[in-house]
Design a protein around this ligand. Sequence first.
Ligand SMILES: Cc1cc2nc3c(=O)[nH]c(=O)nc-3n(C[C@H](O)[C@H](O)[C@H](O)COP(=O)(O)O)c2cc1C
Ligand SMILES: [Mn+2]
Length: 563
Amino acid sequence: MNRQSFSTREIWFRCSACERESYCGQEYEELKDPDVLCPYCGHTMKLAAARLDLHREMLHPAARRAKATAKPSQAKKTRAGIKDFRAFLREYEAQFPDDVFHVEKELKAEFECSAVAKKFDQRHEYPLIIFHKVVNLNGRVSPFRASVNVVGDRQKMAFALDSDIDRVGAEWAKRVQSEKRAPQVVPRKGSPCKENMRLGDAVNLWDFPVLRIHEMDPGHYISAGLLTCYDPEKRAVNCGYHRGFVVGPREIRCYLSPGTHNAWNLRAHEELGEPMKVAYWIGHHPAATMGAHTHMGYPSDHYETAGALMGEPLRVTASETLGDDFMVPADAEVVIEGIMRPGVRAPEGPFGEYPRYYGPQIMSPVMEVTAVTYRNDAIWDTLMVGMVHDYAGVQAENVVYEVVRRAVPQLKRVYLPRSGNGRFHVYLQIKKIHDGQPRAAIMATLAAFEWIKHVVVVDDDIDVYDDAQVLWAIATRSQWDRDLIVVPDCLGSQLDPSATRSANSTKGGIDATMPAAPQRYPMRVNVPAEVMKRTILEEIVSVEQLARRGRGRYSSLPSGLDE
Ligand SMILES: Cc1cc2nc3c(=O)[nH]c(=O)nc-3n(C[C@H](O)[C@H](O)[C@H](O)COP(=O)(O)O)c2cc1C
Ligand SMILES: [Mn+2]
């Protein structure tokens, strides 16, 4: 490699007085023995004497390295007792009291609870909310409380895993890789989820505060229920979130999108002409629900990954009506048992879905409920699908992190931003050592997760949790004739309204990184850190005037349309 191969547009030099590095333009090459001025200390010197040989720099890299800044852990390390939903709520509220709201006002399950969540969504806030008096479908105040946003943002998921907001996706991946644990079987008697029981015709799902979330939803939906079943051959237990339309006291229509393992399990049962036994479980420690909701190869045991994330075995117990070999989580708040008969389908949807559009009505399998068991004072949990939340993004991060690190070990961070519904955009932060790496990272990511459409690769000086910084990197570090990859006709999301009906989707990536060292790139502007540190705005301008000012957010939408 010779000097000409470096594409830098600047000539770099190190000041002979203060030793800081800066640069002048390439036109200095045309000048005869030019002087250069150090912008930091004002020293003037001969360029020839101070000029940096970038080729040598590459062979003998400067010892000075920027230190990676680790964010402090947000979670307490010690916990006592069993990990269940209540333990999480109690411990989280003790640690973050201002992030939990208790709503004592009577609110209807129809729209009124989701309107409260929506009000916070409009503020870009996702506090955990417990509704104490929800008027249910029977027109009475439900004996059960309702919760929303339990995994609404990264802080809550990080707390659940004793991790931090920066590492939570990677921690998920790490534990699934190396800490799977077999579940622990406990007797029915004494299992909290069996404290109350309704069988057969005694079941009435309308007693629960099942919410109706968005206006065009045809009714009340289960959204935070992990639908669980076994594959007929290997009998691996599979869990996934599948929305459930509560049509009657004992009827739930469940959306199983074609690529999910539960859909494959149903097809396998249908080929045998047998009904499929299924159970929803609702309300558990988020480490258990996150672990059970790990996307893996088929078939894989999801109770083992629940144990991986919990750091202890998931306690399971036998079902009431699905046989002694159908296990349900013993510490869940509510368990709904039932069967899906082969070939039976009924209209379900439309439903306010994760891309924040209504997904269309479709013919979905029907769950005939055979039993409901629940804890004393059960809490009914709902995930605010169709509103912004961090859950789906963190779930995908754990998969992407694993796959991309194999291709590009210099991968630092993966973030699926809220702006892409936690599905469609992904930002990768890498500490690049070769200019080909962003492309490798883009290709690996697009193959890792079918929902991901757009990959942006940035350097490690860009905060991936800030959309504005990523857009700035695109603005100033990419040229799309070179840095844009477009791959048409991929398998995408059925619920992406811009994809074709068969979920054909165009995918792509942008390399928004600077050239790899030793090539140089213009420096980001900055005010000296020492001066920033001792400049306290509140001591210099009026505190009252500061407080009165808005935060500088513009909206061009008529009020009501602004999501
Ligand atoms: C909040 C939420 C709701 C979801 N709702 C559905 C749904 O209604 N139907 C569906 O097929 N997948 C839904 N999914 C996606 C599946 O839960 C996910 O693909 C899961 O990994 C499937 O399990 P599997 O990996 O065993 O196939 C949802 C995901 C989330 C995070
Ligand atoms: Mn699975």
